[in-house]
Design a protein. Structure first.
Length: 168
C-alpha cells in the first residue's frame, strides 16, 4: 500500500487506532499494570508505548527530526484513566503533525532511530504495522485473563468456518 494522500491515510489510520482504542475498555482497572512476566510490558506499558512511539518517534521522524522517545514507564502516566488520557492526548498531537504532511513530504526520506533512511510514506505504513503488533499483545493479555474480546471484523474464526462453502 503506497500512501500518496495524507487525508485518506489518516482516515484509514483512524479506523486502525479505533480498533485498538476499543480494547482499552475491556482491561480490568486493577490490571492496568499487570503482566504475565516481570520483564514484559504491562497493559499500561503497551498503551504508553503506543502513544509515545507514535508521537515521539514517528511524528518526529516524518518532520525530519530525531526521535525523542524515552520509554513507557509509569512516570509518564500512572493509573487507569491517566494512561488512557496520555494515549489520547499524544495521539491528537501526532495527528496534528501528520495532517500537515503534503504529497511531496510523503515522498522524501526521513531517518529511523537506527539511522536508516526510509521514504516517509513507508515509515507511516510501518507505524500501522507497529500498532497492530501491539494490539495483538493486548488481545493475548486479555485472553490470558479470560476476558472476552470482540472479533475484529464481526465474525470469529469458528463463525467464518461455519458459513464457508463446505464443497471444497
Amino acid at each position: 500500500m503506497e500512501i500518496s494522500d495524507i487525508d485518506s491515510f489518516l482516515a484509514y489510520y483512524a479506523k486502525v487506532k479505533g480498533r485498538t482504542r476499543k480494547l482499552f475498555a475491556l482491561i480490568p482497572e486493577d490490571k492496568m499494570e499487570w503482566t504475565y512476566h516481570a520483564d514484559k510490558f504491562t497493559f499500561g506499558d503497551i498503551i504508553r508505548h503506543l502513544a509515545a512511539i507514535e508521537r515521539y518517534m514517528y511524528a518526529e521522524n516524518v518532520q525530519l527530526r530525531p526521535t525523542l522517545y524515552r520509554g513507557c514507564s509509569t512516570d509518564l502516566a500512572d493509573g487507569y484513566q491517566e494512561v488512557i488520557n496520555y494515549y489520547d492526548r499524544l495521539h491528537e498531537e501526532s495527528m496534528a503533525i501528520f495532517r500537515e504532511l503534503k504529497p511531496e513530504h510523503l515522498l522524501r526520506k526521513c531517518t529511523t532511530p537506527n539511522g536508516t533512511p526510509i521514504t516517509t510514506w513507508k515509515w507511516l505504513r510501518a507505524m500501522v504495522e507497529h500498532e497492530v503488533h501491539h494490539r495483538g499483545q493486548i488481545y493475548t493479555y486479555l485472553g490470558m485473563l479470560e476476558v472476552g474480546v470482540p472479533p475484529i471484523y464481526g465474525l470469529t474464526s469458528e463463525e467464518v468456518a461455519r458459513r464457508s462453502d463446505k464443497n471444497l
